[in-house]
Design a protein around this ligand. Structure first.
Ligand SMILES: [Zn+2]
Length: 264
């Protein structure tokens, strides 16, 4: 963990000090070595929160975009179950920074526990994920000329998408990519609407951070995101209608062909 309670204050680990775990109240020891980033650990390396993932530099740099008060917040549900959220914003959005693989069942239980959750996934963990994702996304079609939402078929051909796309929460993939102007961006995977098709969009990292820090993420979800989801749904409905129309045409053509010739 990044923080322990020392003399009643959220404190980062430094050599030789001890603190109290904000989750279980037991003693924490500051670990300040060279192999891993400075962190707090329970005695014997056990973890009081089974959902806790050992932190990487990637976790830390993400958390540092948000106020200290929002980082490592204990979240209780109505049954008293508690977990440490990586970041919990003032608007109760939980940001989970996920480096290692998480199985779908566990992810669903976290979605259920936290409710308003946004996943940020480290896309750089496995060597081939970016290459595979880039190949897959290059087969995209644009959803409408007005926006940069892309429709991509065969999500099963991309391991990372396959692992994350069936989620009903918002998922952002972080491949540590930048535009030509040097602006970092993420890939937003929209919640799945139909099987066999995924919808993705480039999303500026700065905007993601700002929307949360300025408490505008609810607004983004309720207005912008819902509007995009409607465009996607309408597109699907339109395509279905077109399919039905072409089926009607084909039937009509077949009938015409089968029509017996009139003898004169
Ligand atoms: Zn603990």
């Amino acid at each position: 963990m990044k923080y322990a309670i020392v003399n009643g204050i959220k404190t980062e680990a430094s050599k030789g000090i001890t603190g109290i775990c904000p989750c279980c109240g037991s003693l924490l020891i500051a670990k300040c070595g060279e192999l891993r980033i400075n962190h707090w650990a329970h005695k014997g390396n056990r973890n009081c929160d089974p959902w806790w993932e050992n932190e990487t530099e990637w976790h830390r740099s993400w958390k540092d975009h948000f106020p200290t008060d929002w980082q490592e917040v204990i979240h209780f549900d109505k049954d008293g179950e508690k977990h440490i959220a990586d970041v919990k914003t003032l608007n109760n959005w939980i940001l989970e920074f996920q480096h290692s693989y998480i199985n779908p069942a566990e992810r669903r239980s976290r979605n259920h526990f936290y409710g308003k959750i946004t996943w940020i996934v480290d896309g750089t963990r496995r060597k081939n994920d970016l290459k595979q994702f880039s190949t897959w996304v290059s087969t995209r079609t644009q959803v409408s000329p007005k926006n940069l939402i892309f429709k991509v078929s065969f999500p099963e051909e991309c391991r990372l998408i396959n692992e994350w796309e069936d989620d009903n929460a918002l998922v952002f993939l972080d491949f540590n990519q930048t535009t030509q102007d040097g602006d970092s961006f993420l890939w937003l995977i929209f919640p799945t609407i139909t099987k066999g098709t995924a919808y993705v969009a480039c999303f500026p990292k700065k905007r993601f951070v700002e929307l949360h820090n300025k408490l505008q993420f609810d607004n983004f979800v309720q207005n912008e995101l819902n509007e995009i989801m409607n465009i996607i749904r309408n597109g699907i409905a339109r395509n279905k209608n077109q399919d039905q129309r072409s089926a009607l045409l084909m039937n009509a053509e077949n009938k015409f062909r089968k029509k017996p010739r009139i003898r004169l």
